[in-house]
Design a protein around this ligand. Structure first.
Ligand SMILES: NC(=O)c1ccc[n+]([C@@H]2O[C@H](COP(=O)([O-])OP(=O)(O)OC[C@H]3O[C@@H](n4cnc5c(N)ncnc54)[C@H](OP(=O)(O)O)[C@@H]3O)[C@@H](O)[C@H]2O)c1
Length: 292
């Protein structure tokens, strides 16, 4: 298949591009930055920006003959709390996705796989969150959740008759280059603690998310929304497990820790519809463990 992967130069792309190539697909990657130059040989490159207002026409041309578009573009800010920090990512999710979907329709691309996130779900406590679970209505999280909903809507709006689309809602990524690195540093420094009222956390290794994406590319499901997560675990167990891996002291609970929103995400639908199972797991492997 000819796969056009937008935003596949990042943390996910590092696994996704080789996985698609390994499976025999012809891959073209689009992104705006310098990381495009670091892709493996044989992978096509298109330097372009989804925030460019004129991108739809250019993309329509680039998408001619493409079998599947994968959209993994994102611009998560480094400092979440800086003023306007989320603006770029919001534009990318809302405007960027709409522009890309217009080009998909104009170029008659038969299928789309769109990345989304399980972090938009409301706190589910101990309950399992399937794909029908509601998104968070808390106004404090609207700036994060509303663009995710709009992004997914832009994909649904293309309709399942003309374009076979799949939305993959990924759990929080772990692996090299993810926030797991930061948590491991905090574990070593003794500054990461679970809140006593913490519930569940759902995680997925980027290598496992890549295999789920490749499976979705190949299956071409019509109008599917699928959670992609490893087995959820209690936040306290996650932090203790990481401490064990780091050879650090097991962290005790602290009321000063920020309480995590509880997400016990079910990926049963993906197990069935994609025949996907995580294989890497959530724990750092030796190659990912930092040397002392
Ligand atoms: N991180 C998580 O925990 C998590 C969890 C679940 C799902 N996801 C989803 O998985 C996908 C991939 O995430 P990631 O962690 O691999 O992200 P990442 O490492 O930050 O990479 C982001 C990608 O988006 C590209 N991009 C940024 N601005 C763009 C623009 N204006 N136009 C086109 N492309 C642009 C980047 O290109 P440059 O190389 O030029 O910067 C890069 O290729 C995203 O859709 C994300 O929402 C992430």
């Amino acid at each position: 298949m000819r796969v056009f992967a937008v935003g596949a130069t990042g943390v996910l792309g590092r696994h996704l591009v080789p996985e698609l190539v390994r499976r025999g697909h012809e891959v073209v990657v689009m992104s705006p930055g310098a990381r495009l130059d670091r892709l493996p040989p044989g992978v096509g490159r298109v330097r372009a920006d989804l925030l460019d207002p004129g991108i739809t026409d250019r993309l329509t041309e680039a998408l001619t003959g493409v079998d599947v578009v994968v959209n993994a573009a994102t611009a998560i800010p480094r400092d979440f709390t800086a003023p306007g920090a989320w603006d770029r990512n919001t534009n990318l999710r809302v405007e960027g996705t709409a522009r890309l979907m217009r080009a998909v329709v104009a170029a008659d691309v038969p299928a789309v796989v769109q990345m989304s996130v399980t972090m938009a779900y409301a706190d589910g406590g101990d309950h399992w969150l399937t794909e029908t679970a509601p998104f968070d209505q808390d106004p404090a999280r609207a700036s994060i959740v509303a663009p995710v909903a709009a992004m997914e809507q832009a994909v649904r709006d293309i309709g399942g008759d003309q374009v076979a689309w799949t939305i993959l809602r990924g759990a929080r990524f772990v692996g090299a280059g993810t926030t797991q690195d930061t948590i491991r540093e905090r574990i070593r420094a003794g500054t990461a603690h679970p809140h006593p009222n913490d519930g569940y956390v759902s995680l997925v290794h980027t290598a496992d998310f890549a295999t789920a994406t490749a499976a979705a590319v190949e299956r071409g499901l019509r109008g599917a929304v699928l959670n992609i997560a490893d087995e959820p675990l209690l936040v306290a167990d996650y932090l203790r497990g990481l401490a064990d891996h780091e050879g650090a002291r097991a962290p005790g609970t602290s009321t000063e820790a920020v309480r995590e929103i509880s997400h016990r995400v079910s990926s049963e639908a993906a197990h069935e519809q994609l025949a996907w199972r995580p294989e890497h797991g959530i724990w750092p492997r030796h190659s990912e463990l930092r040397c002392p």
